[in-house]
Design a protein around this ligand. Structure first.
Ligand SMILES: [Zn+2]
Length: 546
């Protein structure tokens, strides 16, 4: 009973928090993935150490205004898929779920209606495109269909269904996409060209000279390299990606919604690689400066910055050091980090293709310390144990060993290789200075984003209209679902609806239907869910049938 009351209060509180009219022309949402607040503290100290001036701060600092609880529907520690999903849809969901309604479980932390499980949920960005004609941009340093960007413009109960997620983004009116993930987009290149998109693969000059307001640019087949390892002549920084995205979107008459993700702070945190965490965060922070400079100049843009969840339990100070905390100098804390010039991942990769005699010189050259004989033996033993044929597997195992060795040489602590459940920071730049403050939840963030985009209270209605079950929409009609291709890996499905006179063909993850051979465009994508063998589609399609 007590629990139910709390849940009701929670919902009421969420709905009432952003009642005032906040609508602006442009919204930039910036997500440093898996960034615990301690990462900001460490990055700030590090930046000051390099500058020789501890008064220097981060671009995000003047706008820090609150703390956000970010959780899954049945789990206080969030996964990337449901956490940004909740910012986008207002519905906490389950690990792995991308903008999709969760199943009911015994440990739910939020009301869950079992009849809606697997229903796609309209996102704030989709609603802004459909109702307010906003252009949409997505920028990420992993791949386009990775959980965070996918949460903005696609839907699936599994973040691992990369093809489904990428296909939806192609058909869902994303104007600007800059990231890695070329391998999922290449097969859909023609569809993008039909939509008038300038599509670029690994071409920095073409990227910089782009004149189109519709641009999809890719700089890796899968994830982009960490900035610290990156070939900066050929791979843009996140700040430049943000700048070019803004250049494409700035002229849109009805404004835009842009999401920029510093995706790999999270990956470095999963690897407990402190230097790479700092470097990835500081790169994200440079992108924050680009966004805020744009917003200040524009005067009608709000920038909202918050992580999706914490990661790794990073601490400044650690139980592993021999010294007590009050004897530790800034040099002892920062110097080892400053000396590391590669990620643990990259060093693992280099070690995998090196002779054992090179181990010691490599650590000295790239990380400026003398690796112990014991640690050398660990690396040699691991290389001997691994199958020499699979370089990437050996490199991966070695990167884990390397991160442990690098970690031992610092005064930084970690508690886990996984996500953590502490509240995340919120920072908001608003031209009116009107920003939410205090403690809030991921559901409140959705309400705030919807109010900025002018789509307050519209998501449930749109979800109901655009993601209805095909069994209900076509009640009384003959329907059949078939796989488009016999290829097991092909995830495309077709729904065929027939009456005496007409034949309707509907392909999964597209935004059109074929009625008696004639193509009709829709304003949203069509989702197929294999778990319940259901197509989710607009109710109004029924009106085309006589
Ligand atoms: Zn995440």
């Amino acid at each position: 009973m007590k629990r139910n009351f709390s849940v009701l209060f929670f919902v009421f509180f969420s709905l009432s928090l952003f009642a005032q009219n906040n609508e602006v022309k442009n919204v930039i949402l910036m997500i440093p993935d898996g960034t615990s607040s301690s990462v900001l503290s460490l990055s700030r100290w590090y930046k000051g150490y390099l500058a020789g001036d501890y008064s220097v701060g981060l671009a995000v600092d003047p706008y820090l205004c609150g703390y956000v609880r970010t959780f899954s529907s049945n789990d206080p520690i969030g996964d990337s898929a449901p956490t940004t999903s909740c910012y986008m849809t207002g519905q906490p969901s389950k690990a792995g779920f991308v903008a999709t309604y969760p199943p009911k479980t015994d440990s739910d932390l939020f009301p869950v209606d079992a009849t809606r499980t697997y229903q796609p949920l309209i996102t704030a960005f989709e609603a802004a495109r459909i109702l307010k004609n906003k252009a949409i941009g997505l920028v990420a340093t992993t791949y386009l269909e990775d959980a965070t960007p996918a949460d903005c413009m696609s839907h699936c109960y599994s973040r691992k269904k990369n093809y489904q997620l990428a296909k939806q983004m192609v058909y869902n009116g994303v104007d600007v996409a800059i990231s890695g993930g070329a391998r999922e987009v290449r097969p859909l290149e023609n569809e993008l060209k039909e939509h008038g998109v300038n599509i670029i693969f690994d071409d920095i000059d073409g990227f910089r000279s782009n004149e189109s307001d519709k641009l999809w640019a890719f700089f890796a087949e899968k994830d982009m390299p960490y900035h610290i390892d990156s070939d900066t002549d050929n791979i843009p920084s996140l700040a430049e990606m943000t700048e070019i995205a803004l250049k494409c979107l700035a002229g849109k008459p009805d404004g835009f919604a842009l999401m920029v993700e510093g995706s790999k702070v999270d990956w470095a945190a999963h690897n407990n690689d402190a230097k790479t965490i700092i470097d990835e965060y500081l790169e994200f922070d440079k992108a924050v400066k680009v966004a805020i400079d744009f917003a200040k100049k524009d005067g009608n843009t709000v920038v909202v910055i918050l992580p999706d969840h914490g990661n790794s339990g990073l601490s400044i100070g650690s139980r592993k050091t021999n010294k007590s905390y009050n004897d530790m100098t800034i040099d002892e804390l920062m110097k080892p980090l400053m000396d590391y010039t590669v990620s643990a991942e990259k060093l693992g990769d280099l070690l995998a293709s090196s002779d054992n005699a090179e181990i010691k010189p490599l650590f000295k050259k790239l990380c400026n310390f003398d690796i112990s004989d014991e640690d050398i033996k660990t690396i040699v033993d691991m290389k001997a144990k691994s199958s020499a044929n699979d370089h990437s597997k050996v490199a991966y195992s070695l990167s884990k060993v390397v991160s442990t060795i690098l970690y031992k040489n610092t005064c930084i602590g970690f508690t886990t290789y996984g996500h953590t459940g502490e509240d995340v920071f919120l920072a908001v730049y608003s031209p009116t200075g009107n920003a939410p403050t205090g403690w809030m939840t991921n559901v409140d963030i959705n309400n705030y984003l919807c109010s900025l985009l002018g789509v307050e209270n519209q998501l449930p209605k749109l979800t109901d209209e655009l993601f209805a079950k095909h069994q209900e929409v076509f009640q009384g009609y003959e329907t059949k679902i078939e796989k488009v291709s016999k290829d097991e890996k092909d995830d495309n499905y077709k729904l065929i609806v027939k009456n005496k006179k007409q034949k309707l063909e509907i392909e999964s993850f597209t935004n059109y239907i074929i009625l008696d051979g004639k193509k009709i465009d829709l304003e949203s994508v069509i989702i197929y869910v294999d778990k319940n063998n259901t197509f989710y589609l607009p109710k109004k399609i029924r009106e085309y049938l006589q």
